[in-house]
Design a protein around this ligand. Structure first.
Ligand code: NI
Length: 268
């Protein structure tokens, strides 16, 4: 089985301090590559170190996370520098809108400004986008659809409805949905996460396998049966198993299609 983890943060602790073990456990189950996603400007150089050290394994997405804003001009120039100079950069991300922690209009306006500017930069660098959208489904959709962006779009850790997913595909057929540990959550986890899991199961059922991607978002969102532990790429086999169950397909077929999707979307 060949696997690509399309969204992870091996720069985050406790993964970074045991990186060799994490990567060797991942390789043992067939993980061939991961895409580390930037979560702050400081992380750009850590992602670069990882790409240099594990050059056939660690790829990167560089972007300004919606809650990581300092000085607009300086932030954009740091972003451009990293996009220009880092190795193995395959996407711009994760970028988007997060209204969970910032609900006031002024912050929302700032977030939109950063998001729109980065969509333009992705066009300029001819890179696909990796989107983070939390409690901001309508605004995220409208900004993306009005931007005229034509490259691949991945909605990472997709948490929207199946209706929204279908609306994306109808308007932008190369939209992809990142599926991870949440899909495996069961009743023993809290009610909130279980209801998002049920919504995600509907999405996986409804959306074609050709529009889905595998991701861990490690160290977060650990799949069942490892809830409470640190997530890592080797646990993706449990997500594959769950998707196969929902789609009524073999695990091999699911893994192979999702592997080919990842290669195609990120030109790997
Ligand atoms: Ni992430």
């Amino acid at each position: 089985m060949k696997i690509i983890d399309t969204h992870t943060h091996l720069n985050a602790e406790p993964l970074l301090s045991s990186i060799d073990e994490v990567i060797s456990r991942a390789r043992e189950v067939g993980v061939e590559k991961v895409i580390n996603n930037a979560d702050s400007i400081e992380s750009f150089s850590v992602l670069e170190d990882l790409s240099l050290r594990y050059k056939d394994f660690c790829y990167q997405a560089i972007g300004l996370f919606p809650l990581e804003r300092k000085d607009f001009e300086k932030d954009m120039s740091a972003l451009r520098n990293a996009l220009r100079n880092n190795h193995n950069v395959v996407a711009l991300g994760e970028v988007g809108l997060d209204y969970h922690y910032e609900k006031d209009e002024e912050s929302k306006k700032e977030q939109k400004k950063y998001f729109e500017a980065q969509i333009d930069i992705a066009k300029e660098f001819n890179l696909p986008l990796i989107i983070h959208s939390r409690e901001a489904d309508e605004d995220t959709f409208n900004i993306l659809m009005n931007s005229g962006f034509e490259n691949n779009i991945t909605l990472h850790c997709y948490s929207g409805s199946k209706e929204m997913a279908l609306r994306y595909i109808k308007n932008h057929k190369n939209t992809f949905f990142g599926i991870g540990g949440v899909v495996t959550f069961n009743k023993s986890t809290c009610f909130f996460t279980f209801s998002s899991a049920r919504r995600l199961v509907e999405v996986v059922k409804e959306v074609s396998l050709s529009n889905l991607l595998l991701e861990t978002d490690a160290p977060y969102l650990t799949p069942s049966p490892f809830r409470g532990k640190t997530n890592e790429p080797s646990y993706l086999t449990y997500v594959i198993k769950k998707i196969a169950e929902i789609k009524e397909l073999s695990e091999e077929e699911v893994a192979e299609t999702l592997y080919q999707n990842a290669k195609r979307v990120y030109n790997l």
